[in-house]
Design a protein around this ligand. Structure first.
Ligand code: PBG
Length: 327
């Protein structure tokens, strides 16, 4: 055979394959989501998310130390309150669950970087992501509630806030209130391109945040659309978002690619609860090799253009990256 170009030449051994990898990733780009609940002595496994837990505040420091020891440096905190009402007022309460968790975390495990999810759905009695007007979320009435919640997180110690509600104008509202209160340096990571997705199913069970009627399609995006995702990402950057997120991840690789080629801020991808649950379930059946699938999925999300990966597999991935198995 008279062949000059032989792609297999670069696949000949491990050292060479690692040398020419096109996608590089590091554990510092991983964010681990965690759920905190009221009560004591609670470390309950979430049934549809094996290996993920609800932690009460007394159990939190140990769990946070475990995250830090695994090599993951950032967490994304979700609170599950014991009191809900129409407007979700425990979201911004001084002694709200996230606020208390932040004070404990920052004191006991200060080496972690604390990001909070800013949304109303865990806190409202109807499970929607804002204040209602009739049967729909009132966008403009919800903005001050979100802004207030973000400010209370930052005042309790949050290093970064991540609004996940998908109201129009919320990044600007949050930026304004943070700036007015002396938090000009606190970054915002917006869930900019967030789809109305069935992949959030296990999370809604975990966070007790399923809407009691209807769905989230009037505020979260239609999964047929990608250009609209660019519009959302650009708008959020204009309003002051420091990072933008695409969510879910695996079914939205094209969107991650397009957004990362368009915006000039870091792009985060959230590999959500349903993606995690599918891998766990198939692995429990012995149908797939869990570690191999986790590595391949993560690398492909970075390859699509993500700079940051939010994943329930963060602790395992930190190890795989450290070992050089991927990255
Ligand atoms: C809150 C929020 C949701 C998720 C993150 N923040 C649920 C939703 O929008 O219904 C989903 C995360 C996951 O599925 O892992 N709005």
């Amino acid at each position: 055979m008279d062949m000059v170009k032989r792609p297999r030449r670069l696949r000949g051994n491990t050292a060479l394959r690692k040398m020419v990898r096109e996608t590089r990733m590091d554990k510092s780009s991983l964010i681990y989501p965690m759920f905190v609940v009221e009560g004591t002595g609670i470390r309950h496994e979430i049934p549809s998310m094996p290996g993920q837990y609800h932690y009460s505040l007394d159990m939190l420091p140990e769990a946070l130390s475990e995250v830090a020891d695994s090599g993951v440096s950032s967490i994304l905190l979700f609170g599950i309150p014991d009191k809900k009402d129409e407007i979700g007022s425990s979201a911004w309460a001084e002694d709200g669950i996230v606020q208390k968790a932040l004070r404990i975390g920052k004191k006991e495990v200060p080496e972690l970087y604390y990001i909070t999810d800013v949304c109303m759905c865990e806190y409202t009695s109807h499970g929607h992501c804002g204040a209602l007007c009739g049967h729909d979320v009132d966008n403009d009435e919800t903005l001050p509630l979100l802004a207030r919640t973000a400010l209370s997180h930052v005042e309790a110690g949050a290093d970064m806030v991540a609004p996940s509600d998908m109201m129009d104008g919320r990044v600007a509202a949050i930026r304004t209130i943070l700036d007015e209160n002396g938090h000009k340096e606190t970054p915002i990571m917006s869930y900019a391109v967030k789809y109305a997705s069935a992949f959030y199913g296990p999370f809604r069970e975990a966070a007790d945040s399923a809407p009691s009627f209807g769905d989230r399609k009037t505020y979260q995006m239609d999964y047929h659309n990608a250009k609209e995702g660019i519009k959302e990402a650009l708008l959020d950057v204009e309003e002051g978002a420091d990072l933008v997120m695409v969510k879910p991840a695996l079914s939205y690789m094209d969107v991650i690619r397009r957004v990362s080629e368009t915006v000039h801020v870091p792009v985060a991808a959230y590999s959500v609860s349903g993606e995690y649950a599918m891998i766990k379930a198939a692995a429990a059946k012995g149908w797939i090799n869990e570690e191999a699938i986790v590595c391949e999925s993560a690398a492909s999300i970075y390859r699509a253009g993500a700079d940051v990966l939010i994943t329930y597999y963060a602790k395992e991935l930190a190890k795989f990256m450290e070992e050089g198995r991927i990255g």
